[in-house]
Design a protein around this ligand. Structure first.
Ligand SMILES: Nc1ncnc2c1ncn2[C@@H]1O[C@H](COP(=O)(O)OP(=O)(O)OP(=O)(O)O)[C@@H](O)[C@H]1O
Ligand SMILES: [Mg+2]
Length: 492
């Protein structure tokens, strides 16, 4: 009864019967309501459907007891219904129970003859309600487990790493989509296929290492090259609570891109070493000519040798500073101080500093300066911009034979400022064009081999321009000339 009052509905057309029930039940803590016929009883029940017990008389006006039982059952499967009747007969009792009545109370009755069956009925009601609650809880837990399972299999399925699970009998028990992509052979094999059908001895030996863990569990790792890709493979044991190994989980991670980066880095270092070595070797051999007395006494020859050494050392110094700038940019340590610049003015200053060099080669160096280009501004670092245009003008002069022409133009084109450096020089093939912005790339033709340089200038130009959200491109015709265009975004 738990202190809360249990609601009882008495439906009987005899007032004496209704009040009699109330007199017995109210002192026991039940909260009793009454109705004089089936229709009124049903209304009361519908109004507040929380009656635990209904006592029903069979013979009533408007709606009889049997019909009322039918309605009540449909409304509430837990309510405990007792039939009260003076006309005790087996067949009515049977029919009432068939319709869902719990018991049968013959009238007249003593208080105990009413209270006892009601107590039993309540106990039975509590039991069914509890049983149903348990069943529902179990079902919802089962649902949870099923959801949990489908969640983990969805996660494993979506993983970009390949996952393969092998049991202690060396059979495949799980593989995800990424795994079948990495090892297409996997896809054709049924689950529980022995792992040696994968035909990958490296993988097998790794799994063996994990499964045979006499000296405690180990996670075995190795690189694996399959097809055109490289994978980092980690195999770890699956342990039972008692420490026994029941299988292995193998995870394959695609490290092809990292591997390529690693190789590129090593190549870069060996290129740098090579580029440093040849000028140093040249300087050493030139200086030994003086030291071992080969040119002793000839002041003019000695001077010539020292001049050449200085030239090589100067080129080395430029290269080292270019390298430092390039690596600083890559590691994000290269700082630029941006201000609203008149690029026309910067280009013109660069041009002035190359006048002499152009004159030496009888090259005409000219600039077309559109008036509107002088009015606009670009948010840029002055020193970086000087470097960019100096490199382009330097190349144009370097790779143009005596008597040629170099034209510069600055113009506004929509939201960009466009600077072009055009020359009538040796030009380059489509293939060479593709690679000029690569570090250390230099064209190896008859003209270019005699031109000093390290192949870092244009890679620096590209990085600097891109740091300013700009873009650099090249057009060229072999034997006719090249045009380099730099586009920089305008302010506001
Ligand atoms: N205007 C040009 N005409 C023809 N070829 C060019 C031109 N500019 C660059 N190149 C080619 O592109 C290569 C790379 O140029 P880049 O400026 O990066 O290096 P570099 O001039 O050789 O050396 P650095 O500029 O580091 O002293 C050059 O070696 C040259 O072969
Ligand atoms: Mg250059």
């Amino acid at each position: 009864v738990n202190g809360e009052s249990i609601r009882v509905l008495v439906v009987d057309d005899e007032l004496g019967m209704r009040e009699g029930c109330r007199k017995v039940l109210a002192p026991e803590g039940y909260s009793v309501e009454t109705a004089a016929d089936g229709v009124a009883g049903l209304e009361l029940f519908k109004d507040r459907g929380d009656f635990a017990i209904v006592l029903v008389d069979l013979n009533m006006p408007l709606m009889g007891g049997m019909e009322l039982i039918d309605h009540l059952r449909k409304l509430d499967e837990d309510v405990v219904i007792f039939v009260i009747t003076a006309y005790a007969a087996i067949d009515t009792a049977v029919e009432a129970t068939r319709k869902g009545a719990y018991g049968y109370i013959p009238k007249p009755f003593t208080p105990d003859e009413l209270l006892l069956p009601i107590r039993q009925g309540l106990e039975r009601r509590a039991l069914t309600i509890e049983a149903r609650r348990l069943r529902e809880e179990r079902e919802s837990r089962l649902l949870e487990v099923a959801l949990e399972r489908s969640k983990s299999s969805t996660i494993i399925g979506c993983m970009t790493d390949g996952v393969l699970v092998i049991n202690r009998d060396r059979q495949m028990v799980l593989r995800n989509a990424a795994m079948t992509r990495m090892m297409p052979r996997c896809a054709g094999l049924p689950l529980s296929a022995p792992m040696n059908t994968l035909k990958c001895p490296e993988l097998e030996s790794l799994i063996e290492e994990t499964l045979c863990t006499d000296s405690g569990p180990v996670i075995a790792s190795r690189e694996l090259a399959l097809d055109k890709s490289t994978y980092m493979v980690n195999a770890s044991p699956v342990l039972e609570p008692n420490g026994l190994v029941t299988g292995a989980v193998v995870v394959l991670r695609d490290i092809t891109a990292l591997k390529k980066l690693d190789i590129a880095k090593s190549m870069f270092i060996s290129m740098v070493a090579h580029e440093l070595k040849s000028p140093l070797a040249a300087v050493v051999s030139q200086l030994s000519l003086i030291l071992d007395g080969t040119v002793s006494g000839d002041a003019q020859k000695e001077r010539h040798i020292l001049d050449r050494c200085l030239l090589r050392i100067d080129a080395l110094r430029t290269m080292v500073s270019d390298l430092l700038s390039l690596t600083a940019m890559e590691t994000g340590r290269f700082t630029i101080k941006r201000s609203a610049l008149n690029i026309s003015e910067v280009v013109s200053a660069v041009l002035d500093s190359y006048k002499e060099k152009a004159q030496d080669k009888h090259i005409t160096l000219e600039m077309a300066r559109a008036p509107d280009a002088d009015k606009v501004r670009v948010l840029a670092d002055r020193e970086s911009m000087m470097m960019v245009f100096a490199n382009l003008v330097d190349n144009a002069i370097k790779y143009t034979p005596d008597g040629g022409q170099v034209y510069l133009s600055v113009e506004c084109n929509g939201v960009f400022l466009k600077v072009s450096v055009r020359d009538t020089g040796i030009g380059m093939t489509a293939e060479e064009k593709e690679r000029v912005f690569d570090e250390f790339y230099r064209v190896k033709n008859e003209y270019a081999v005699h031109v000093p340089g390290t192949g870092l200038g244009l890679s620096l130009v590209k990085k600097l321009v891109e740091m300013h959200q700009g873009h650099v491109s090249v057009q060229s015709v072999p034997g006719k000339g090249s045009t380099f265009c730099v586009n920089l975004p305008l302010t506001g």
